[in-house]
Design a protein around this ligand. Structure first.
Ligand SMILES: Nc1ncnc2c1ncn2[C@@H]1O[C@H](COP(=O)(O)OP(=O)(O)OP(=O)(O)O)[C@@H](O)[C@H]1O
Ligand SMILES: [Mg+2]
Length: 722
């Protein structure tokens, strides 16, 4: 349904209680993958829909979504008072009434009063037009209005005095104006610190570990975590959360790993939660009392999409000590926000542990690649091309990009880190950008341009100085073979000057942190606007919400809205819909989006979404990829299983087969890894045989013999499944 055609019937939420709400966290991936596999019929429909939702920006306007009540064209009952008023004040000429109303309309004060009452411009215009019609046509007018108009006409008052009459009239037309105060209250984001009562009940100690990359910030915070009775590490990437969980378990501090799609308990039985947790920042537990919390890469507060997750973790974590690791640029903002939380703040500053040289010579040619080099590209086609050229020269290379499953990323990283492995070169995207320790001697920027998605369009933008520093900071890491010194350069001579500019630029202090409406707020809106779609609720929320613009900005919620529109036609309760909309999926993948739709349909029909059903949908088992399209398709299948797991932690009954799905996913991770290890072969086959490549992907999606084989297998494995 189109937003403009949506009509809300407003209902008084009497008796509706603000129940225990969702505690739904989610991971938004900010890495954009360019998936190019062939689309199924359903996929192309989804893609079309996506295109529509991405390019069509709708104005946020209550008048656009709320249908006014129909007003009577005649005064319903004429009371004796009304006739007395007519006798007392005398008849009023229509021209005089209209002159007063025109004067009323022109007063800026009137517009500002209307705005305070929840009437934004277009709604004010509609309400005024009806009020004008009413005053000019109803006879006799209600006595008080008649007398007031008479007074104004005779110079005993001003046109603004009509406002209470206008407001009363507008409220009959738009009953929701009675709740605007409540809706405003429900979308008050001016004091986000107060949304976390458990943390506010504590006198927390904030320790900021500030400094450049590779200066030991995370290391020092982590030492404190290891020494504590209970700790939580909140990191920006799954890879980092895994690294820290491993480090903790390796030194005998049992640590659980928690990501959106995974729970890996240190206890082999999975019965007793460990006192230490390593998680992705979106999954930060804000209920559990903890001694030491680490929130890594705290400068990500400024991120347009994910910033809210760092703010939520910082404001909400229920810890005695909160260690924030990141850029110096964040210090003032943290101190400023801490005035609201009442926490004490201590700053520890760090210096780089090893020197780094920004070179004056570009690499110039692929022939000049050396052991320990990492070439950083921002698109997959450059990665493929470079791998091919390097392998032609007899060099093996590891590959890491955002779309790869965690197992493949970790395997590629350890291959490159292993001094005994013949693979000495890494080709990566900025997926290696934050906090990760790799055995890199020299970082080579293949380009400094990155495709950013903004409001549905893709723009090539120069990476920010902070991103450039983060990526450059991956070389010469303390504790690796190249700890003596790190080097940074560009591949092409033309980019060298820009690279120096970016790396030497002063990083501006961060003045605002990202914020996001909570599930509670949206659900409360749902009570007030029970017939509104979730997408409309978001629009209305945005038009009424208030934030402290000096400290906070609203994170982009385009993806949330896009999913809301895609599943709008599927029946489900608001809280369920909200969770589906939070799903961290790469929306640009038509396959994954189609799977989301299918999950939602099954869910809505009350059908359990079993491993058997999923196997049928994806055409399991999927063979090792031999072309690039197949590799990309496998990545999308992996993502759709990630989505299954993500949903299964939120709707256990409807997604009952996480173990089976995990098994299938591990097999896919392995197949992807095999494909990535032979990436050059895949590139060559795809270049020589692009038509066949596409046909094979289509075949993979539909092979009935494959499906029946796996169905048989799964039936054996799941004897009780219906
Ligand atoms: N005092 C130390 N003793 C031993 N190893 C250390 C010490 N300080 C840092 N390291 C090691 O140096 C490497 C870099 O440290 P760390 O990851 O803490 O840097 P960082 O400042 O957090 O960098 P980034 O900004 O990139 O996240 C890590 O491998 C870490 O284990
Ligand atoms: Mg770090």
């Amino acid at each position: 349904m189109h937003l403009f055609s949506t009509q809300l019937v407003l209902r008084c939420p009497t008796g509706a209680r603000h129940r225990a709400f969702l505690s739904c966290s989610y991971i938004l991936r900010n890495n954009v993958h360019n998936r190019s596999h062939k689309r199924t019929k359903v996929s192309s429909r989804v893609a079309k829909q996506l295109k529509l939702t991405q390019t069509h920006k709708k104005p946020v306007s209550l008048a656009g979504v709320i249908k006014p009540s129909v007003l009577p064209s005649q005064s319903p009952n004429t009371s004796t008072d009304d006739t007395v008023a007519l006798d007392f004040a005398g008849p009023l000429s229509k021209a005089d009434i209209l002159a007063v109303l025109n004067q009323f309309f022109r007063q800026p004060e009137v517009k500002s009063l209307a705005m305070q009452q929840g009437m934004e411009h277009s709604l004010f215009l509609q309400a005024f037009s009806e009020f004008r019609k009413y005053c000019a046509t109803i006879s006799p007018l209600p006595s008080e209005l008649h007398i007031k108009l008479s007074d104004i006409i005779n110079g005993y008052g001003t046109a603004t005095d009509l406002f209470p009459f206008f407001l009363q009239h507008a409220k009959v037309m738009y009953p929701h104006l009675d709740y605007v105060k409540d809706l405003r209250h429900a979308s008050n984001l001016t004091s986000p610190a107060q949304l976390f009562p458990l943390a506010r009940a504590k006198q927390r100690k904030i320790i900021i570990h500030a400094g450049p990359t590779n200066s030991g910030k995370t290391y020092h915070a982590f030492q404190r975590y290891l020494a504590s009775k209970s700790g939580i590490y909140c990191g920006p990437l799954k890879m980092l959360a895994v690294e820290l969980a491993q480090k903790s378990n390796d030194v005998g501090i049992a640590c659980d790993l928690v990501t959106g799609e995974e729970r890996n308990f240190a206890d082999p039985e999975g019965l007793m939660p460990a006192a230490h947790i390593s998680c992705t920042v979106e999954m930060t537990d804000i209920e559990r009392p903890i001694e030491v919390a680490i929130i890594d890469e705290i400068q990500m507060l400024r991120d347009k999409q994910r910033g809210w997750a760092w703010l939520r973790a910082f404001l909400g974590v229920n810890a005695d000590e909160v260690h924030l690791c990141g850029e110096e640029a964040v210090i003032d903002l943290i101190k400023n926000i801490a005035l609201d939380t009442g926490d004490t703040v201590e700053v520890k500053r760090y210096k780089r542990l090893t020197p780094i040289e920004y070179m004056n010579e570009p690499l110039g040619s692929i022939e000049n690649v050396q052991d320990g080099d990492c070439i950083v590209c921002f698109n997959k086609s450059s990665i493929y091309q470079l791998c091919r050229e390097l392998e032609k020269m007899g060099r093996q290379c590891a590959v890491i990009y955002g779309g790869l499953p965690p197992g493949t990323k970790l395997a590629q990283a350890s291959r490159f880190n292993d001094p005994d492995d013949p693979c000495k070169v890494l080709i990566a995207t900025d997926a290696i950008g934050m906090g990760i320790n790799l055995n890199i001697r020299r970082v080579i920027f293949y380009s400094l341009l990155k495709i950013e998605e903004s409001r549905g369009s893709k723009i090539n933008t120069v990476i920010s100085p902070s991103q450039a520093l983060q990526i450059a900071g991956r070389c010469g890491r303390y504790g690796t073979t190249h700890k003596d010194k790190g080097y940074v350069t560009t591949f092409h001579g033309k980019d060298l000057e820009l690279m120096h500019d970016l790396l030497n630029k002063q990083i501006n202090p961060i003045d605002k942190a990202g914020i996001h409406p909570t599930a509670d707020m949206i659900e409360l809106y749902g009570y007030y606007l029970p017939h509104a779609s979730l997408s409309d609720i978001i629009d209305i929320f945005l038009s009424l919400m208030t934030i402290d613009g000096d400290k906070y900005f609203l994170c982009q919620i385009d993806q949330f809205k896009q999913i809301a529109e895609i599943i709008e036609h599927i029946e489900m309760p608001l809280r369920t819909r909200y969770v589906f909309c939070c799903a961290p999926i790469p929306l640009q993948s038509a396959f994954v989006t189609t799977m989301l739709l299918k999950y939602a349909r099954q869910f809505s029909a009350g059908q359990p979404i079993t491993g058997k059903w999923l196997a049928e949908q994806i055409g399991w088992p999927l063979p090792k990829p031999i072309t690039l399209n197949e590799l990309t398709h496998l990545e999308a299948v992996h993502d759709s299983m990630d989505l299954y797991n993500w949903l299964s932690y939120r709707f256990e009954d409807q997604f009952p087969d996480k173990v089976e799905v995990k098994d299938m996913q591990m097999a896919i991770d392995k197949a992807i890894l095999e494909g990535v290890c032979e990436i050059t072969k895949l590139v060559v086959i795809s270049e020589n045989n692009s038509d066949k490549d596409d046909m094979r992907v289509e075949k993979l999606k539909t092979l009935p013999s494959n499906i029946s084989r796996i169905l048989e297998k799964l039936s054996e494995k799941l004897p009780n499944e219906t």
